[in-house]
Design a binder for this molecule. Structure first.
Ligand code: RP5
Length: 165
């Protein structure tokens, strides 16, 4: 799937190393994505425009990552009815707890599905779960991924039990 259906947006280029992990998961799952930098406070007009045009550009889920007093996911959600997944990012004096609270505590009516601090991978897996309602091939790939992780952990368990039981 090369057409971008997930939008990954982040508040700063300093967020890229963590947000790249979401892109890696989407790549593994064969889900097309686009990536951009915008900021609720430094680029408010661009952020609103990005969200307002996302659906007509073919985007189906948006992943928004920001740190500190993180408003990016909330502002994106305010400007689109697409599902928005917020990734609070670790930075500054409060190590991401500020971003977690800002992102998760949205007032009723404008939801942001919030993952853990620096939880970019889970944001991508959640995006895949949402998309799996429409795309059976994504559902199959998610099943395959879970089978693979189950098998890998069972092998590790057997290996450990050999020496410790
Ligand atoms: C937020 O402030 C960004 O999302 C980033 O996590 C944090 C710091 O940004 P920079 O000062 O590194 O650009 O807006």
């Amino acid at each position: 799937m090369s057409k971008p259906i997930v939008g990954i947006i982040m508040g700063s280029d300093s967020d890229l190393p963590i947000m790249e992990k979401a892109a890696e998961v989407l790549k593994e799952m064969g889900v097309g994505y686009e990536m951009d930098i915008s900021s609720a406070h430094r680029l408010p007009d661009k952020t609103a425009e990005y969200a307002k045009t996302a659906r007509s550009r073919g985007i189906e889920v948006i992943i928004a990552g920001a740190g500190m007093a993180a408003h990016l996911a909330g502002v994106i959600a305010a400007n689109t009815t697409l599902p928005v997944i917020g990734v609070p990012l670790k930075s500054g004096a409060l190590n991401g707890v500020d971003a977690l609270y800002s992102t998760v505590q949205m007032p009723a009516g404008i939801p942001v599905a919030t993952v853990a601090i620096d939880g970019a991978k889970n944001a991508a897996y959640l995006a895949c779960s949402i998309l799996s309602i429409k795309y059976p091939e994504i559902a199959e790939r998610l099943e395959g991924y879970r089978e693979k992780t189950k098998k890998a952990l069972m092998e590790k368990s057997e290996e450990l039990r050999k020496t410790r039981s």
